[in-house]
Design a protein around this ligand. Structure first.
Ligand code: FES
Length: 228
């Protein structure tokens, strides 16, 4: 698709883009959700998407580019159906994140920030997601997959590529990258049980608090390679 027709194609987002802009007293504040809306259509922030946001918000393309290249959730190349992020920051790395990433690279035959030939999975190593208490963690389209190990990670990507329904370890069924981007743009999350599931702190997050209160932590026992 040419640059011009890509821009024209994005015009179909106008009604929803107007809803996003109307949420803010200053239109420029709508840039982050608008970029997610562009990604919900294109799977990344394309040059046409940058121009579209700039026109919609009265910004320059340089200003939109500066923002979209600063935040890692905005992608410069098309993402597959499932963005699989493996945390390789310090805590996750020592708990097995590096091994998960190496295993997935080999299993999927892709490098960092690359997509499998079938267009299903984009693999990326990601920084700390503030989920260190469930390390090592992976994300699929930004939903958490807690307490991963290489075998579990391979099973997740295989099931996703086979079109099976896979759930985040915190409940919701995983949707596609484009569907997730629409939710991040601020539109309704229609996945059954996703909103009703709440979002209360999990067992690992509360373990220290319970110990400090003289109570017994709940949830599965923590195991490490050394203790297995
Ligand atoms: S180091 Fe992985 S979530 Fe914090």
């Amino acid at each position: 698709m040419s640059e011009k027709s890509a821009y024209e194609h994005l015009k179909k987002l106008d009604p929803e883009a107007d809803q996003v802009v109307a949420r803010y007293p200053q239109s420029g504040s709508a840039l982050l959700p608008l970029l997610h809306l562009v990604q919900s259509e294109e799977g990344y922030v394309s040059p046409a998407g940058i121009e579209y946001c700039a026109d919609k918000l009265g910004l320059s393309t340089a200003e939109v580019s500066a923002v979209s290249t600063f935040y890692t959730m905005y992608k410069r190349r098309p993402v597959g159906d499932y963005h699989v992020g493996v945390c390789t920051n310090t805590l996750c790395a020592v708990m097995g994140g590096d091994a998960i990433f190496a295993t997935l690279k080999e299993h999927l035959g892709v490098g960092n920030d690359e997509t499998t030939e079938d267009g299903k999975v984009t693999l990326e190593h990601i920084e700390c997601n503030a989920a260190c208490d469930f390390a090592p963690v992976m994300t699929v389209n930004w939903e958490f997959m807690d307490d991963m190990n290489p075998d579990k990670a391979v099973r997740v990507v295989d099931e996703l590529r086979a079109g099976k329904e896979v759930h985040s370890t915190r409940g919701p069924a995983l949707c596609t990258f484009k569907q997730a981007e629409r939710i991040l743009a601020g539109f309704e999350d229609t996945r059954p049980g996703a909103v009703a599931g709440g979002g209360a702190a999990g067992h690992a997050t509360l373990a220290g608090l319970l110990v400090s209160q003289g109570r017994t932590p709940t949830g599965p026992a923590v195991t490490t390679e050394a203790s297995e």
